[in-house]
Design a protein around this ligand. Structure first.
Ligand SMILES: [Zn+2]
Length: 383
């Protein structure tokens, strides 16, 4: 089966700054194997992607891979500090033509700063992707869904309201300004309610969910395995069910991986001290196939919508997510819907091994990826 090439709105590639965890080349290879033809590279590198030069450098390093379009995400604020706006206009006018901005990893929690960012990007049809986490309700130590289990495990709680209250504020700001806001990694049923309401009002809001929030639940934290430490945290089954339903009915527009590679020495710590994040690029299609298609919630046209067409539209990538015409340099993902894959973290092309799917058997696999008319990957390896 052929799908338009997959597009990931949320990838962390770690270059520049942490090339021991991932480089643009290794992340691009993992993306190609995972069926992706475009990935948006988050700005929380070191240095941060908050200038035109930094964005162009990511673009050029991505082009050099020849495996996937690496689209630099621009920071909303300088140094992700949440105070002064980054060079949004200069990034947009650069060769990178940035339209998608995010301080991901951090929340743009100051309402005045968020308002100014939304006003600024409106001028060129840009969008702000918000990592919704009120830092007063869920501080830097917060690492487990706040509930009975977090109390029993003695882990600092990360309550759903810390996400929901920011999303509620942001959709009202978007309405007030007439601008576009995108909600990164929706994790709770309450956020789904807010997004559903906002869309019904005609507010220009879009939302994404990660593969891990569609399947994994907070119970996995009982063993204190930092592989399952992620931000926002894994939630209870009621939230997981609401996220699946929202993806199926279009309230949530897209699946985005939040691929977050970490070196062993950053992940192998006591749970509270370990880094946040999980790998996701190589397993995303199989997870979505297994939970949504085998689960009867989406057909393959629906998968094309949530993993290619909608993310391409949200990011303004005209060359992606479209149907083929004669003479096009095709971006395609060929899928074997019946293939069973057992995930082996050792087989990854990522430089990191923080893979929460290790040992799981999933139905549906990427058979091959075609980027710009050339086969880039086949059966889990680069072509
Ligand atoms: Zn985030």
């Amino acid at each position: 089966m052929a799908l338009p090439g997959l597009v990931d709105l949320h990838t962390h590639l770690r270059e520049p700054g942490r090339e021991d965890a991932e480089t643009i080349a290794s992340g691009a290879a993992a993306a190609a194997v995972g069926g992706f033809t475009a990935v948006l590279a988050m700005a929380n590198t070191n240095p941060v992607t908050d200038t035109a030069e930094a964005a162009e450098r990511i673009l050029d390093l991505g082009r050099a891979t020849g495996l996937v379009d690496v689209v630099p995400v621009g920071a909303v604020t300088k140094g992700l500090a949440g105070e002064e706006l980054a060079e949004l206009g200069l990034m947009h006018r650069s060769r990178a033509r940035t339209t998608f901005f995010s301080d991901d990893g951090k929340c743009v929690h100051n309402a005045r700063v968020m308002r100014r960012a939304l006003e600024y990007v409106r001028a060129f049809g840009g969008v702000v992707s918000q990592h919704a986490q009120d830092p007063h309700l869920a501080g830097p130590q917060a690492c487990a869904h706040e509930g009975e289990l977090s109390g029993r495990l003695g882990l600092p709680g990360w309550p759903g309201i810390a996400e929901e209250s920011i999303v509620a504020r942001d959709v009202m700001l978007a309405r007030h300004i007439g601008s576009r806001v995108h909600v990164a990694h929706v994790s709770t049923a309450g956020t789904v309610e807010v997004v559903r309401w906002a869309k019904a009002q005609g507010i220009d809001v879009t939302a994404e969910v990660t593969p891990h929030h569609l399947v994994l639940t907070t119970d996995l934290l009982a063993g204190y395995d930092p592989t399952f430490k992620v931000n926002p945290p894994l939630r209870p089954q009621e939230d997981v069910d609401a996220l699946r339903a929202a993806l199926a009915d279009g309230t949530i527009d897209a699946v985005a991986t939040d691929h977050a590679p970490h070196a062993r020495h950053d992940k192998e710590h006591a749970f509270v001290d370990a880094a946040f994040g999980m790998l996701g690029l190589e397993t995303a299609l199989s997870v979505v196939s297994d939970v949504m298609v085998r689960g009867g919630l989406l057909d393959w046209a629906g998968v094309a919508r949530v993993m290619s067409q909608s993310p391409a539209r949200i990011a303004g990538l005209a060359a992606h997510g479209s149907t083929l015409s004669v003479g096009d340099a095709a971006h395609l993902t060929l899928v074997d819907p019946a293939a069973e894959v057992t995930v082996d973290r050792g087989a990854s092309l990522s430089l990191s091994r923080n893979n929460p799917w290790h040992g799981r058997t999933l139905q549906g696999a990427v058979h091959a990826t075609v980027f710009g008319g050339r086969v880039t990957a086949q059966k889990g390896a680069l072509a």
